[in-house]
Design a protein around this ligand. Structure first.
Ligand code: DX5
Ligand code: ZN
Length: 223
């Protein structure tokens, strides 16, 4: 059975100590760096763009999982790929031609992710699921770290897992928002493959130890 992945969200890091925070993730059992790009239009917050992603790529020793919370993401796919993104995730809500954008990401050489807001049903991905490398289920409303996990994300994860199994697809399920030691195991049992963890890691007394604990849970989903 494949082990699940842990992707600490750099949004929760102390940006005045960014090299040390990145080094902490490098030294830990984490698998990816999750980087949240926000434009102040799709979401009510602004973070950073490709220049910071590129700077992080020079310090990071693990793949960069870039979550684009921006309108018209198709304009920037190649720039983020050039900046070092291994996974590029766009929001379904921002893509009129989602099939085209997913294939554009794959042609850039990155893995293609599609994120869904809490109110967006997984069924909209039914005719595209085999082409998607990763579905990111937002378990909070995107825009901010440190929010409370929306509990409906758990049955939603099961529903998506069923869709992936029925299609015999290899798509990974990533859960983003409010994930920590209190809900990691239930999410893995529901079918999650990648856990994004911001505040639960960076605000912990022992971030490296917390990552190890998140990594140690059993990934076997229970149906
Ligand atoms: C929210 C971001 C998340 C966020 C997660 O819009 O997409 O990646 O950083 O942070 P926590 O784990 O603190 O909810
Ligand atoms: Zn994110």
């Amino acid at each position: 059975m494949k082990k699940h992945l842990i992707a600490p969200s750099v949004l929760a890091a102390d940006f005045a100590r960014l090299p040390e925070e990145i080094d902490m993730v490098n030294r830990s059992e984490a698998d990816w760096f999750h980087l949240d790009v926000m434009d102040g239009r799709f979401v009510p917050n602004i973070t950073f763009g490709m220049f910071i992603v590129e700077a992080i790529s020079r310090l990071a020793k693990k793949p960069l999982d870039v979550h684009l919370m921006i309108v018209e993401p198709e304009k920037y796919v190649e720039s983020f790929r050039k900046a070092g993104a291994e996974v590029i995730t766009v929001h379904a809500e921002t893509c009129t031609h989602l099939h085209r954008t997913v294939h554009q990401i794959k042609e850039s050489g990155a893995k293609a992710g599609v994120a869904l807001n809490p109110h967006t049903p997984v069924s909209i991905l039914e005719d595209l699921i085999e082409d998607i490398d990763l579905v990111c289920l937002m378990s909070v409303n995107p825009g901010f770290g440190g929010q409370k996990f929306i509990y409906q994300s758990l049955p939603k994860t099961r529903k998506l897992k069923e869709m992936i199994l029925t299609a015999n697809a290899q798509t990974l399920i990533e859960i983003d928002g409010g994930v920590g030691l209190h809900n990691a195991e239930s999410l893995l049992q529901a079918g999650a493959d990648v856990l994004v963890a911001g505040n639960s890691v960076f605000a912990a007394k022992d971030p490296v130890g917390t990552i190890s604990q998140l990594k140690a849970f059993d990934a076997r989903f229970d149906f």
